[in-house]
Design a protein around this ligand. Sequence first.
Ligand code: SDX
Length: 428
Amino acid sequence: MADKSATLTYDNKTIELPVLEGSVGPEVIDIRKLYGQTGAFTYDPGYKSTGSCESALTYIDGDEGILLHRGYPIGQLAEQSNFMEVSYLLLNGELPSKTELDDFSYTISRHTMLHEQLSTFYRGFRRDAHPMAIMCGVVGALSAFYHDSTDISDPEQRKIASHRLIAKMPTIAAMAYKYSVGQPFLYPDNSLSYTGNFLRMTFGVPAEQYEVVPAVEKAMDRIFILHADHEQNASTSTVRLAGSSGANPFACIAAGIACLWGPAHGSANEAALNMLREIGTPDKIPHYIERAKDKNDPFRLMGFGHRVYKNYDPRATVMQKTVREVFDALKVNDPLFETALRLEEMALSDDYFKEKKLFPNVDFYSGVILSAIGFPTTMFTALFALARTVGWVAQWNEMISDPGQVIGRPRQLYTGPTARDYVPVEKR
Ligand code: SDX
């Protein structure tokens, strides 16, 4: 029982609501008994002041620009760890020993192949289908092939399904890209790293030996780390809500992919690069900044602003640094990077953005890097989904493992017509 409480007086009644304290961050006022005690609901469209669950996975301090995964700062993980190790950390709660990491990586590598019939699934799509449409379809279809890991009451099946999803997302994403460019699918090569295998399946061709560029592999792996998990964002909340009904894990992750596809969320990375291309050169920036400030103009600076971060997104800091590393490794330069740097500088010196605390987020620079590596903009959000899958399955496992877990079922403020009698059509 909490030793702190909040007092609510409503309708001539006063009730005490327990206040719960986490290990760090805002306390929560436990309102689970509110409706029973008052007959009223809380009201919080967009859940700006609502904690939906208890979690030990990821902590964000939006004011300080802090992001921790199981307590480890994202900057340290991005610089010193790798995506397989961060995946193990998110799933298990602790950094693995060398043996544990090798065993985990081996297990994941053994699940990288797709059931051969799934490759025919791709042929049902038009060649110009958006990769996210393909990802939604193919990931949802996994439950039709992997029945032996859909019983969510069985921890072993949950673990296998989690490993299958983490392992197969690179294969599914690479196949979506290959299908869009009319090239043959490449099978996984488990002699490569998780990320190296993905790069080869994406950019390799049967006629040639694909050489993984270490600097690109490291940058891609770091981008995966930066996208791995992010507390109760829209797509993670979608996965949790779908999972709360007992839906199988493949269906839940497909729901998360669908939600991530929105331009306010995961596909902001695609929109941000398209915006930079539309702006073109730095001299055009003032016009677009004015458009972003104009309430009558739906245009927003894509890759800017965040529901939680009211300071610089720590992931954007790492992402910006990674741009130069990739440019140096590939001996390329994209003038859009200069445009992005100038846009950030001009926006952050503008009162509108300062007052509303709008800073670059994870999506602002990622597109410049992904484009330099060779991905089309339509693949950007598929890469986000690939990386976020470990966060989704870790959050899903955390929820399903909670014995107190119940189906999520919000209520509403009803403003429609009150009861009235049916009128036959001849009398209307
Ligand atoms: C991700 O939740 C997560 O953690 C998500 C994510 C993750 O890892 O899972 O971090 C990934 O989705 C990052 C966000 C990517 N989206 C974009 O970059 C799209 C552009 N940004 C926005 O549309 C917006 O900032 C959101 C959706 C990200 C946040 O929106 P909020 O919290 O609902 O804030 P809001 O829309 O109410 O904006 C507050 C004010 C508004 O002005 P007023 O109505 O108060 O006058 O700021 C303005 C907005 O008009 N505003 C912007 C702006 N973002 C907000 N104005 C111009 N350009 C922008 N980008």
